[in-house]
Design a protein around this ligand. Sequence first.
Ligand code: GDP
Length: 424
Amino acid sequence: MATTSLDLARVRNIGIMAHIDAGKTTTTERILFYTGVSYKIGEVHDGAAAMDWMEQEQERGITITSAATTCHWPLEEVDHTINIIDTPGHVDFTIEVERSLRVLDGAVTVFDGVAGVEPQSETVWRQADRYGVPRICFVNKLDRTGAEFHRCVDMITDRLGATPLVMQLPIGAEADFKGVIDLVTMKALVWPVEAAKGEMYDTVDIPATHAEAAEEWHGKLLETVAENDDQMMELYLEGKEPSVEQLYEAIRRVTIASGKSSGTTVTPVFCGTAFKNKGVQPLLDAVVRYLPSPLDVEAIEGHDVKDPEQVIARRPSDEEPLSALAFKIMSDPHLGKLTFVRVYSGRLVAGSAVLNSVKGRKERIGKIYRMHANKREEIESVGAGDIVAVMGLKQTTTGETLSDEKNPVILESMDFPAPVIEVA
Ligand code: GDP
């Protein structure tokens, strides 16, 4: 059984947020499909089984049924673990939405390329602002009649008050949408007209018809990044073109820093059509490249059990005392009651005793599972920054903290901030 000590730099805890019908389910389903295909490659012994499963799922579609689903994506041949946290579909200011946002480190916001920014896109955006969640955007449904990428980008500025970083330009429109120009590498990514699920794009030179627009938007990208990043500004003022790596790094810094700050959110914007299988692989690259890892959250603050005024900070390290937040309880048809937890510090070990610091009661951790789209994996223990499902918790409800018995802490304050009043 695996004792996972993940390299935290290679973990992403993300949510996918959208106005209803924008394509959140389809995008998530494609992410699970593509990551399932890629993971299979690394697991030769499991290959046949994974393939069978893929074929079955291809017919009925993979849907997230778990509060957190773990998948893997290689970027430049380095494996990354992505935990997708299900954010509730209805977007009231419920405590459940608050809790799922609380355990995320980053998010993908999906927009409908025809409708653009819709009322619920605004609501989820404000919620993510409030929780300081860095975001990337995916303008979906570019195959639809009336879809307009740039109109949606303008709405991100006007309606959301954000600073979009246009990372791609669409090639072709509506039924002729073929691919995108990557404005960092300055290459075109082109899919077959009828791209099948799992089909990879071809990387080719930018078509001559798009060369001028690509140069113009590449220039705008450099300028906007420089306006928001000192290191890039230095290069920019010296008239030096950054390397692709430097640009990736700068975009990552800007996305994370602005996402967490109370100022304007700078957000990289990608595009495609999840349904027609174009654009999801570059989006996965972007999740890994630009969204934060648990290490980018320097420390989580909680408070002393007896004295709510006394702040206790815990770093995302296995060496710190255990602190974990229960954020969702589900009933699994095979396993029974499962409590989903995010471990912020220390290690959570199967069979160990921990303290529910809110109730002041001891709890025993039963089995620990990592939930994948097609299977659950039992693990012995899990470290800081990770998200798993735990069996055996009898008294813990959502929002409560599990801590080291000798070093108790309460992570979630019981008073929620007042809801943001939406101004029409
Ligand atoms: P959700 O409510 O945000 O989860 O949206 P869904 O993923 O369920 O999608 C809503 C509808 O839009 C479904 O009928 C999808 O098949 C369709 N859809 C999703 N993505 C695309 C796309 O890229 N292009 C087109 N034409 N339709 C899409």
